[in-house]
Design a protein around this ligand. Sequence first.
Ligand SMILES: *[C@@H]1O[C@H](CO)[C@@H](O)[C@H](O)[C@H]1NC(C)=O
Ligand SMILES: *[C@@H]1O[C@H](CO)[C@@H](O)[C@H](O)[C@H]1NC(C)=O
Ligand SMILES: *[C@@H]1O[C@H](CO)[C@@H](O)[C@H](O)[C@H]1NC(C)=O
Length: 583
Amino acid sequence: MLLLCLSLFQSLASAIWPIPTHYKHGDTVLCISKHFRFDWASKSDHFDDDGFYRYSWSEAYFQPQENESNHHKPPTREHIVRYAAYSAHDTIFNKNFVPWKFHPRSWTEPDLFNIPCISRVQLHLLQEDPEDVARPLSGSIDESYSLSLTEEGEATISANSSIGVVRGLATFTQLFSKHTLGAAYTRLAPVYIYDAPKFPHRGLNLDVSRHFFPVSDIMRTIDALAYAKMNRLHLHITDSQSWPLEIPSLAKLAEKGAFRPNLVYTVKDFEELQHHAAIQGVQLITEIDMPGHTSSIYHSYPDLVAAFDIQPDHYTYAAEPPSGTLKLNSTAVYEFLETLFDDLLPRITPYASYFHTGGDEVNKNAYLLDDTVRSKDFAVLQPLMQTFIDRNHEQLRKKGLTPVVWEEMLLEWDLKLGEDVVVQSWRSDEAVEKIVEKGHKVLVGNYKFWYLDCGKGQWLNLDSNDPGQYQDYCAPYHNWRAIYSHNPLTNIPTSKQHLVLGGEVHLWAEQTDPSNLDQMVWPRAAAAAEVLWSGAMDAEGNSRSQKEAAQRLSEMRERLVRMGVGAEPVQMPYCTMEGGCGA
Ligand SMILES: *[C@@H]1O[C@H](CO)[C@@H](O)[C@H](O)[C@H]1NC(C)=O
Ligand SMILES: *[C@@H]1O[C@H](CO)[C@@H](O)[C@H](O)[C@H]1NC(C)=O
Ligand SMILES: *[C@@H]1O[C@H](CO)[C@@H](O)[C@H](O)[C@H]1NC(C)=O
């Protein structure tokens, strides 16, 4: 038996993305039976002689027991583990690939005759799930797992929560390749893994207002996020360009504010998205950005919005057209928000602990045109903004939700935010330092590294012939290496690092629609997934090797493509076949 530590074994792909905390494997080939069975044991109130409650799963349980779209309750431990087991089986046998790109031209596939086959996978749930398993606060779920696969084909995954089992099963599928003859096999036995995430918040922020994305596109994105062990999908669901979210008690909002009446997430769509995310250990975090970025409300409630669509100098009133902001000192706006939140929040609380109230890029000039204020004086506006945020956050807290805000609310508006509030940073690493200095929990996502939309050039039509004007504000395009190089803990003192909950990569959708969504997100979001799950540094405290990562990310990309996600290639096959393309 040959047992190799990963660090000694960098030239061949070692299969797993993101890289586990502890990972040892050998080079024995094992097949896996298409009829392999899950045995499931969990500690519970009903103890067997050895302290475990047991029952076996037969093949019948590979299908989710209930039609997922038919139940409207948050998933339980049983739903979560069954769905993960079903997905793992489906991935290994139906979404796998022949790994010729990861071997030299002379490679021949292993002979699978007369070798041991895996016939069952034991799943051990070592502890009860916390009550909020379907809507965890950062840190409340233990996502760690251990995985062992012996040379004889005994496979065991142990975890302290059902979500840990989900993460362990994602890893398990990545040990297997497809054989040209149809079977699936691993060439890595024996395997010993202990794995746990570095950060509890690992997400993608997807803007579904600048372009509309059908539910199926978001579902596929959720599947890919879970497969990369990301656990948050932040939906920037409304903005100035469109309001695609159905709010039954304010029906005109979507009827008039969406691009077309059918380009709307209905109450049912929204529930299904949240459920599909939660069952895979992904929390869907909804953002209604305000008070700026709200001019789509004007189409249904014109009296609530100031400085609507000022032309031609929209720059004076908003970061991008159309300008418009919720009035800042208006009883009517407060009544509207009360109704909006009373409708929306109860549909969110079964699936999420967080709600994002936005707060980026609020333009002070716009309040010169706000008849409830008529001022751009910070001393006048700041207390009104404080009242606005306090009102919103109080209503969230009453519903059991924790507020998230963009960094400007703290750093530019100098608001007093509750200790519970999570501040999402986007403008710089220095901003992250300031936020933790003020004692707040923070999400990183420096636009110079983690904005996925950058580098496509200007989308506004300009009169200028100056080539420099054609650049977008955050050019160039950040390829996966730039994303991978960003350390969320840059310059954060050890004593404050616990405040960095993790981060998100961001896709603002001015130039992205369903036709290029997958290419814009994948595999680059997976690069951030590894930074957030495994940390930016390796076990020796060095920045992770791009050369080693490129092989594994290339393999992850093949798996995403087989899942139906149009991820872009990482490298030429020449590089992955011949052991890297180092500079
Ligand atoms: C699940 O149920 C919905 C609604 O009843 C139906 O449209 C869908 O086809 C069903 N899906 C499966 C996989 O049976
Ligand atoms: C489970 O929890 C125990 C202690 O409560 C811890 O030692 C272990 O690392 C956790 N994870 C796994 C996979 O066992
Ligand atoms: C806010 O509105 C109230 C009530 O209309 C008014 O009395 C007050 O002066 C306004 N505050 C500012 C700063 O304009």
